[in-house]
Design a protein around this ligand. Structure first.
Ligand code: G3H
Ligand code: 13P
Ligand code: NA
Ligand code: ZN
Length: 328
C-alpha cells in the first residue's frame, strides 16, 4: 500500500533503522527493488528525479508505480520526488500520485548555483504548505553536496554545484539546521556531511571514517525528531566495477561510501539513504557480461532479466545492512 515518507520514517526512527531510497527510471528497476523488498519483508522508498520523469513519461511512470503497489500489496511503498527544483515540479509530482516530494532549495532552480538561506527557506516553506495540504511529505536540503577532498560539486554526472565550495557550504551547520526545520516544517532533512553524487566520490580507498560523523551527531542532537537523509550514498562496489571493466567497460578507479559508514549514520538519526549509482552499476555489469558472453543474443529480456537480478541482489544487501528487513 502507498504511504507517506513521514509515516515510513516515523516507524524507522521508532525502531532504529533506515530505509534505502532507490532511484528508478523504468520497469526493470522498479521490479528489482520490489522483488528485493518482498524477499526481505522491507518497506520501500522508490524515488524519481526530474530526469527520470522526462525519460519515462510522467503518465507512464505514474502507471508503473500504481502497478507495483498493486503487485506487492503487502509492501508499504512511498513514492518520492528526488531533487525537486521548484513549486511546479513538486505540484505535478503530487498530481501524479507521489506521496512525498523533495524540494532541494540548497541550489537555485538551475540545479547548479548554491542558494542562500532565505531563498531555500522561502521556497521550501511554500512547498511544505502545498504538500501538507495534500497529505504529502516533504524533504528539504540544507548545505551543498560536494567532495570534501576537492571542494568540487557533483559535476561529474552533470548535476550539482559547478563552483568551488567552501568547507562551510559542504558541511551543514547544526544551528542553521534547527532554524531551517522550525522555519519550514519539513518532515525530513538532507544534510551535507561528506558525500557527493555519482560514481566518483573518493579517489583513494577510505581508511577509517570518511564522513563528517561529528556533524551528523551534532545535527541529530539539536533536532532529534527530524529524520535525516543521506544523499550520494552509493557504495560503488568494487566487484561491480570489475565485472564492467573486464567486459569492455572503462570505469576509472574509484571508491564510494562504505556500508559501515552508513550504519554509523543510522545510529545518529539517518533514516533515508539515497542510492542510484549502485543500481546503475549493477545493471550495467549484468548487461555487459551477458552480451559479451553471448554476442549472438538480441532479445532484450535475455540481458534485462540478469540486470534486474543483479540490481535486486544489491538492493537486498542494503535492506539487510540498514535494518530495513523485517519491517514491512
Ligand atoms: O541525484 C541524482 C540522482 O542520482 C538522479 O540522477 O538526475 O541523472 O536521474 P538523474
Ligand atoms: P548516488 O549517486 O551515490 O547513488 O546518490 C544518489 C542520490 O543521492 C539521489 O538523490
Ligand atoms: Na530525495
Ligand atoms: Zn541526491
Amino acid at each position: 500500500a502507498m504511504i507517506t515518507l513521514r509515516q515510513l520514517l516515523d516507524h524507522a526512527a521508532e525502531h532504529g533503522y533506515a530505509v534505502p531510497a532507490f532511484n528508478i527510471n523504468n520497469m526493470e528497476q522498479g521490479l528489482a527493488v520490489m522483488q528485493a523488498a518482498a524477499r526481505t519483508d522491507s518497506p520501500v522508498i522508490l524515488q524519481a528525479s526530474r530526469g527520470a520523469r522526462s525519460y519515462a513519461n510522467d503518465q507512464v511512470l505514474a502507471g508503473l508505480i500504481a502497478g507495483l503497489a498493486r503487485a506487492f500489496p503487502q509492501i508499504p511503498l512511498c513514492m518520492h520526488l528526488d531533487h525537486g527544483n521548484g513549486l511546479p515540479t513538486c505540484a505535478t509530482a503530487i498530481q501524479n500520485g507521489f506521496t512525498s516530494v523533495m524540494m532541494d532549495g540548497s541550489l537555485k532552480s538551475d540545479g547548479k548555483t548554491p542558494a542562500d538561506y532565505d531563498y531555500n527557506r522561502d521556497i521550501t516553506a511554500r512547498v511544505v504548505e502545498m504538500a501538507h495540504a495534500c497529505g504529502v511529505s516533504v524533504e528539504g536540503e540544507l548545505g551543498v553536496l560536494g567532495s570534501l577532498e576537492t571542494g568540487m560539486g557533483d559535476q561529474e554526472d552533470g548535476h550539482g554545484a559547478t563552483e568551488k565550495l567552501s568547507e562551510d557550504q559542504l558541511l551543514t551547520d547544526p544551528d542553521e539546521a534547527a532554524r531551517f526545520v522550525a522555519d519550514t516544517g519539513v518532515d525530513a532533512l538532507a544534510v551535507a556531511m561528506g558525500t557527493s553524487h555519482g560514481a566518483y566520490k573518493f579517489t583513494r580507498e577510505p581508511d577509517g571514517q570518511i564522513l563528517a560523523m561529528h556533524v551528523i551527531e551534532a545535527i541529530h542532537a539539536r533536532i532529534p525528531n527530524t529524520h535525516l537523509v543521506m544523499h550520494g550514498s552509493s557504495s560503488v562496489p568494487e566487484d561491480l566495477q570489475q565485472i564492467i571493466n573486464s567486459h569492455g567497460g572503462d570505469i576509472r578507479p574509484t571508491w564510494g561510501v562504505p556500508v559501515e559508514e552508513i550504519q554509523r549514520g543510522i545510529r545518529f538519526g539517518v533514516r533515508k539513504v539515497n542510492i542510484d549509482t549502485d543500481s546503475r552499476l549493477a545493471m550495467t555489469a549484468a548487461i555487459r557480461k551477458t552480451l559479451t558472453e553471448d554476442p549472438s543474443e538480441f532479445d532484450p529480456r535475455k540481458y534485462l532479466k540478469p540486470a534486474m537480478t543483479m540490481m535486486a541482489e544489491m538492493c537486498q544487501q542494503r535492506f539487510e545492512a540498514f535494518g530495513t528487513a523485517g519491517n514491512a
